[in-house]
Design a protein around this ligand. Structure first.
Ligand code: FAD
Length: 388
């Protein structure tokens, strides 16, 4: 019966494990099952783009294995188990070959996001890596060693592309980074701030190609040729694709749960199916898809209370994003989509302070690079909450 049926969490990333930890603060007794398609090791995903700077292998980054997590959480953690179907009417999930069905009292989808794979042709695609979890990271580090890589081509100059560019430079590699838009972090930063990041990375030896798309990756004698649609070709030993992520919505879709850009929820993190919740990178909460750590921590705290009998809506304060480009530190709080206002800048070399204000002078967003990142706290206090 439903009363004794377990709470089941799908996913053991920062969202799934974060929720389980918060839940156990309120409820020590309800049976808890976590199911993951990967090996269930706990790790901090943001560390994946600082591995060369900090010289950490995948094993160094793994904080605990699935067994230890299970003991700590008084939970059962099922690893290498992909969930293919949810029967929302009978509150069952089907795992593996669908021979095993698990009954849930509450189900939480914490499925994360998939990397977007740009359409690229050629015979060198097996040397195009994307690093979105600890197992990818292990493969990537192994490939770097095995292929005696000296030069890496990065597809994408956004948050992850720029962090990897900086990290690989710190690791002693040559880099060339390609982005179809006009400057570093084009969807997060206004141009003067993006240019500051670009020139700081260029001073360290990074090279950028803004404007073209990568269309093909082919093997050559002793390396790879990366073809751009402006006629240029880049020689490299390995390619990292970092063009962005997309919430994993296919399982929800296949199970008749409402989705939009993400799995849609209200502020209680309830999906359209009874007793099914969503959080983390896969969720679209009250219209917001925010693929960062701070929002999922706020979700974990609220949902843990809800699951233990105290319905609690999630709220989001202002949550600036810090970009791990030590050559030029960045903190940005993008203004809300479509908010009327204007950027103004104070520029001193690679130290750029951008403020986005409306006609009444209210601060709606900011972008800080270099030394100006020290002003983050003061500006953050002035910002309105994302979801009060
Ligand atoms: P994930 O960690 O992706 O976990 C998803 C889980 O779902 C996994 O356990 C997976 O196995 C499981 N799963 C998926 N499908 C199934 C299925 N069908 N059946 C069973 N299990 C399934 N954010 C910041 O705020 N600051 C940063 O500096 C920062 N840096 C980053 C650097 C990099 C390189 C990357 C990739 C991301 C970074 N982020 C950063 C984003 C942040 O890491 C993510 O928002 C966060 O880790 C997402 O956690 P999650 O638990 O939602 O997803």
């Amino acid at each position: 019966d439903t009363v004794h049926a377990p709470v089941v969490i799908l996913g053991t990333g920062l969202a799934g494990y974060g929720l389980a930890k918060e839940f156990r603060k309120h409820d020590q007794d309800t049976p808890l099952i976590l199911i993951t398609a990967d090996d269930g090791r706990s790790y901090s995903k943001p560390m994946l783009s600082t591995g060369f700077t900090k010289d950490m292998s995948a094993d160094d980054l793994a904080q605990m294995d699935a067994g230890s997590m299970g003991r700590m959480l008084k939970a059962s953690v099922w690893t290498m188990t992909k969930v293919g179907e949810i029967d929302t009417a009978n509150q069952l999930i089907k795992v593996g070959d669908a021979q095993t069905a698990v009954h849930y009292s509450k189900l939480v989808l914490a499925l994360g996001a998939d990397v977007i794979r740009p359409p690229i042709e050629g015979d060198g695609l097996d040397k195009v890596y994307s690093v979105n979890d600890l197992m990818d990271y292990d493969d990537f580090r192994t490939a770097i060693k095995k292929n005696e890589v000296r030069k890496v081509c990065l597809i994408g100059g956004g948050l992850i592309g720029c962090e990897y560019t900086n990290d690989l430079i710190n690791g002693g590699f040559e880099t060339e980074t390609v982005d179809p838009l006009g400057h570093c972090l084009p969807t997060l930063l206004p141009e003067p701030a993006g240019r500051a990041v670009q020139s700081a990375l260029e001073e360290k030896g990074a090279r950028f190609h803004f404007g073209p798309l990568v269309t093909a990756v082919n093997n050559t004698d002793g390396g790879l040729a990366v073809t751009l649609n402006n006629g240029e070709t880049i020689a490299a030993d390995l390619v990292v694709s970092a063009v962005g992520v997309r919430p994993r919505i296919d399982l929800a879709q296949a199970s008749g749960i409402d989705t939009n850009r993400g799995i849609t929820t209200n502020r209680l993190l309830e999906t359209s199916a009874p007793n099914v919740y969503a959080m983390g990178d896969c969720a679209e909460v009250n219209g917001h898809v925010l693929v960062y750590v701070a929002p999922l921590m706020a979700q974990a705290r609220a949902l843990a209370k809800t699951l233990s009998g105290e319905p609690t809506e999630v709220s989001y304060p202002a949550m600036p994003v810090t970009i791990k480009t030590p050559a030029c530190p960045v903190t940005v709080a993008p203004p809300p989509q479509g908010a009327a206002g204007e950027w103004s800048f104070e520029i001193d070399g690679n130290n750029v302070k951008g403020e986005y204000r409306d006609a009444a002078g209210t601060l709606l967003g900011f972008a800080l690079t270099g030394d100006t990142t020290r002003q983050k706290m003061a500006l953050q206090k002035e910002l309105p909450a994302i979801m009060p």
